[in-house]
Design a protein around this ligand. Structure first.
Ligand code: SAH
Length: 257
């Protein structure tokens, strides 16, 4: 069956990081349900489509997940090609699991297109290799924010020997720093905080695990940001060509549906 709904990863913001497949599918879309953190430049690839913004940031009215799912279903049943356009990769903290399950339950074929997840883009934007022979044998992608407010297993992560890439951690720098140190990660462990990775206004704050809360606060670190915690963060530098020269911006709240 040909998919009538696509979950498409828009990448971290820079449209040059879209996949060719995403560009092809966007060009075929009738309806695009646009999530938070989708770079405005990405929408240039679906000029023919009706854009419906369902983002939740910046104190804007949030669109309930159940409503978004019903919209997908309604438009798909009208025979339209529907894209659910998500920041980064749909399968990384993108709620794709529940949407796939919902569509399957209603007999709607769904295709998924990868995007570059923010954690990978943030590392690359700062020249950080997330794995390094003999130093970092793996990577853990972890969210600091869960629906039921249960904390991630920081102590186990501290002992994992992997580079930690933390999403949604900006308001929890204190907790993360303390719990990782309690788990045995030294306070001098290098940390790099990257705000708005891949966008022209990207910011990078180099720090250590111990200093991370104070440095984040002093710099006024704001969401969206990624924390990279581990020895590899010491390699942080700035790429000569880190941000491309396109003009892009986050979707302003006032335009939200
Ligand atoms: N599906 C997305 C993640 C959504 S969760 C992905 O794969 O990237 C939202 C979190 O992603 C933000 O709170 C932030 O931690 C991170 N994020 C998204 N875009 C970002 C960007 N351009 N720069 C830094 N962090 C970003």
């Amino acid at each position: 069956m040909h998919p009538s709904v696509w979950l498409v990863g828009a990448g971290p913001g820079d449209p040059e990081l879209l996949t060719l497949k995403a560009v092809r599918i966007l060009a075929q879309a009738d309806i695009v349900l646009v999530d938070d953190l989708v770079g405005e430049g990405v929408l240039h690839y679906c000029p023919q489509a009706q854009i419906i913004r369902v983002g939740k940031r910046g104190g804007c009215r949030s669109t309930p997940q159940s409503f978004i799912q019903r919209l997908m279903l309604r438009y798909a049943r009208q025979g339209l090609t529907v894209i659910r356009l998500k920041g980064g990769d749909p399968g990384i903290f993108g709620r794709s699991g529940e949407e796939i399950e919902w569509l399957a339950r209603h007999g709607i074929a769904c295709g998924i297109v990868n995007g570059i997840t923010a954690g990978l883009a943030a590392a690359t934007a700062c020249n950080i290799p997330l794995t390094l022979r003999g130093i970092a044998r793996g990577v853990s992608l972890v969210t600091a924010h869960t629906d039921d407010d249960s904390p991630p297993p920081w102590e186990a992560l501290a002992r994992s020997g992997t580079t930690l890439v933390v999403y949604m951690g900006v308001t929890r720098l204190d907790d993360i720093s303390r719990q990782l140190q309690e788990g045995g990660l030294p306070g001098h462990t290098p940390v790099c905080m990257i705000e708005n990775a891949s966008l022209p206004y990207q910011r990078q704050i180099d720090s250590t695990l111990h200093e991370m809360p104070a440095d984040g606060q002093a710099a006024g670190l704001r969401s969206p940001a990624i924390l990279i915690i581990g020895s590899v963060a010491a390699q942080a530098g700035t790429q000569a060509t880190s941000c491309s020269e396109y003009r892009s911006c986050m979707i302003p709240c006032s335009q939200e549906a």
